[in-house]
Design a protein around this ligand. Structure first.
Ligand code: PGA
Length: 221
């Protein structure tokens, strides 16, 4: 990994049409040229190929990521997307988001397989943990601390508690640690400075609207 810091992951979740994804890139792409960190943009699967073409043809400083990969490799798994199918399109994938753990019953065994499949396909997992007790599978290099109470609520974790979690996670291994949960233009710098994170994960609250995401970029000193 050789990314400029901070890392900003934009997780659009199941939001936006292709037209909106295009508009997002049209607004954030040029603004990203003045940003010192790294932007990892995670739209839904159907838009990865066209977004990748647009990023390449316009030479935008944006890296693509997926929101998930299958625990299975290619085969008879209707509806799934295997890591090796998207490895030419994305460099990263979010894995273990609390919404997937909760709504799709993803357990530690499935998540370890996802991490294994992603890394085998040379996709870097951004592995979400919900607290100090969440197991981190082997092969993970980037961990995102995402307390459930802070997701989509406007009630972000305090930078002080984020710093404590960063210390706990870094004591477990040589990880880069991000924070996610109601990150905004107003609080991002506090998670980088006081929180001592390597970056943030911005969910639907402030990433779906490209104007809001752009103000987050501008807020980073
Ligand atoms: P939020 O989501 O930024 O909308 O709170 C964070 C996340 O789900 O990763």
């Amino acid at each position: 990994m050789n990314n400029n810091k901070p890392l900003l992951v934009a997780n659009l979740k199941a939001n936006c049409t292709w037209e909106q994804v295009q508009a997002w890139l049209d607004l954030v792409g040029p603004a990203a040229r003045n940003f010192k960190g790294t932007i990892i943009f995670c739209p839904s699967y159907p838009f990865l190929a066209t977004a990748s073409q647009k990023i390449k043809s316009e030479n935008l400083p944006i890296i693509l990521g997926a929101q998930d990969v299958s625990e299975f490799e290619q085969g008879a798994y209707t509806g799934e997307v295997a890591a090796s199918q998207i490895s030419s399109l994305v460099n990263y994938s979010i894995i273990g988001h609390s919404e997937r753990r909760e709504n799709f019953n993803e357990d530690e065994i499935a998540l370890a397989k996802k991490v294994q499949n992603a890394t085998a396909a040379k996709i870097i997992p951004v592995f979400c943990v919900q607290g100090a007790d969440t197991e981190i599978p082997e092969g993970v290099q980037i961990v995102a601390y995402e307390p459930i109470f802070a997701i989509g609520t406007g009630n972000a974790e305090t930078p002080e508690n984020v710093r404590k979690m960063v210390e706990i996670i870094k004591a477990k291994g040589d990880y880069e640690v991000l924070y996610g949960g109601s990150v905004s233009a107003e609080n991002i710098q506090s998670f980088i400075d006081q929180g001592k994170t390597d970056g943030v994960l911005v969910g639907a609250t402030n990433s779906v609207d490209p104007q809001k995401f752009k103000s987050i970029l501008s807020a980073v000193k």
